[in-house]
Design a protein around this ligand. Structure first.
Ligand code: ZN
Length: 158
């Protein structure tokens, strides 16, 4: 268990596409545990592996603080509706912007045993799934911000 350094905007690793995970080795397991620790320590609701400098398709999300989701090789297979709201990113500390995302998403991913499962999310969970999956393709929320990125107090970050 360890807290890793979160890469911030300007670090080229955030713009690179990530590789599929073929096997959950002890190293990958450690990475996932560290990602959860790092996300909780930073007060975020999601973290993607490239944000700790690792170009693998791994995401952790917890929108309530007691419901961690580990998504390996996630892909969004269905979306429904729209929501427009404030969004932030641990790689842009103290900033947020208005982003429109689907209201609901259905995502297929693998768990740490490499069993396929389906995660359906609404509202904040849907937003987090979209945001984190974008990271795996080297995309950042700032590409989708409507208007300007603004300053927020750290407690309002996600
Ligand atoms: Zn982010």
């Amino acid at each position: 268990m360890a807290i890793r350094n979160i890469r911030e905007f300007g670090d080229p690793v955030l713009n690179k596409p990530c590789k599929e995970v073929t096997e959950v080795t002890p190293r990958v397991r450690e990475l996932i545990e560290d990602m959860l620790d790092t996300m909780y320590a930073a007060g975020g609701v999601g973290l993607a592996a490239p944000q700790v400098g690792i170009l693998k398709r791994i995401v952790v999300i917890d929108t309530t603080g007691e419901d961690p989701h580990i998504l390996i090789n996630p892909r969004i297979v269905e979306t429904e509706g729209e929501q427009t709201g404030s969004e932030g990113c641990l790689s842009f500390p103290g900033k947020a912007g208005t982003v429109t995302r689907p209201k609901k998403v259905k995502c297929i991913a693998y768990d740490v045993e490499m069993n396929e499962y389906t995660l359906e999310g609404e509202d904040l969970l849907a937003r987090a799934i979209c945001h984190e999956c974008d990271h795996l393709d080297g995309h950042l929320y700032t590409e989708k911000v409507e208007g300007e990125v603004y300053e927020v107090k750290p407690a309002e970050e996600d």
